[in-house]
Design a protein around this ligand. Sequence first.
Ligand SMILES: *Cc1c(COP(=O)(O)O)cnc(C)c1O
Length: 380
Amino acid sequence: MSTIAQLQRLARKHGTPLFVVDHDVLRRNYTEFRRRLPRVQAYYAVKANPDPTVVRTLYEAGASFDVASLPEFRIVHENIRRMPPRKRQEWIWDKIIYANPIKDNRTLQYLNRYKPLVTYDNLTEIEKIRRHAPRAGLILRLNVPNTGSVVELSSKFGAAAGEAVDLIERAFRAGLVVEGVSFHVGSQCTNFQNYVQALEIAAEVFREAWARGYTQMRVLDIGGGFPAPYDRHVRPFRELAKILNAEFGRLFPPEIEILAEPGRFLVATAATLVVEIIGKALRDGKPCYYVNDGVYGTFSGVLFDHCRYPLKAFRSGPAELSTVFGPTCDALDVISNAEELPRNLKLGDLLYSRNVGAYSTASATNFNGMGPAKIIAVNR
Ligand SMILES: *Cc1c(COP(=O)(O)O)cnc(C)c1O
C-alpha cells in the first residue's frame, strides 16, 4: 500500500484529484482469493473498476473476466488480445463471461462469433439468445437471498428455484446448451449464510437437472459479493473461504467447474484518492471543507454503492468534527458530515481516502464539467 510520503510526493508531481492504484495490492488480493479458494477460477467483475491497467495486471496474475456490457467486453478483449496467451483456449469464455442476464440484440449478435458464455433468467432472453447468439453457452442465473448485503440485487435478477429447471429445459428445447447455473448474493456480503443458502439452492437445481437428463451441466458460478475489509467489523475473507470450501466438498462433485466473479474484493483496497481543500467555511459552528472531488466524481460510491469513505489529513493535531463537501454546485454533493479532521486545515492542504478502488471512478460522472480524477499506477 502506498505510504503517506509516497502519496504526497505523487500529488505534488501529478496534481489532484489523484487516484493512485497500487498494482502490488491487486496481485496480492488476486493471490489471496485463489489461494483460499483453490477450486475456484476468478473472473474479475470489470464493472467494479474498468481501468485497462487493472485489467492487464489481473490478466497477468491469472484472472479471467466478468463483463456486463459490450464496452466492457471490448475493454477486456482489446487488452488481453495482445498479451501472450496463458494456454491454448478454444472458447473465449475461458477468459470472459458475459454475466448481465439482460442483453440487447445487437450485443448478442456481436458476441455470437466468440461463442460466449452468457447468463439468462427468463423465457424472453432464451428466445433472444436463440435468434441472435445461438453459439452461446448459457448459465442460468438463480435468485438467492441477499439478506444483509450492502448492495441488494435479488429484486432485479434471478430465476426462482421453482422455475429454474423448467427454464433449463426450455433453453435445451430451443436448441441451446445450458452449461450451468450462477447466482449473486449481493455486493459487500457480510452475511456468509447467503452463500450457504445459495449453494444449497444451486446444488438442488443441478440434481434435478441431471435427473431430467441434462448431465452436461458442469459450471457453477458463485458470482461476486466477497466483502472488502473496509473496517474491523467485516469478518476476514479466510473465514468465508473456509465455509465455501466445506460446502463445495459437501455439495458438488469434483467434476463441477467452479468460478466466481469477484469485483470489489480484488480492487477496493488497491486504490487511494488524494484530494485538495479548495474552500472552507464555518456553517452552524462546524468547520466545512470543500475539496476538488466529490460524489459526482470518484466518491460516487457514496450515492450508488452505499459506501462511506473516511478522509484523513496528512498532518496530525487536535481533531474536530468536520463536514467535507465535493466541488459541485449541488447540495447533494456531501462526502461526509462527520469526519474527525485536524483543526483549522488550510486551503491547499491535501486529504486522502483509502480503499476507494471499487465502484468509484467506475460510476463517476462529468457533472459541472469537472471531469475525472487522474489515475496513476504504482508498482506496476
Ligand atoms: C456486480 C457483479 C459482480 C461483482 O460483485 P462484487 O460484489 O463487486 O464482487 C459479479 N457478478 C455480477 C453478475 C455482478 O452484477
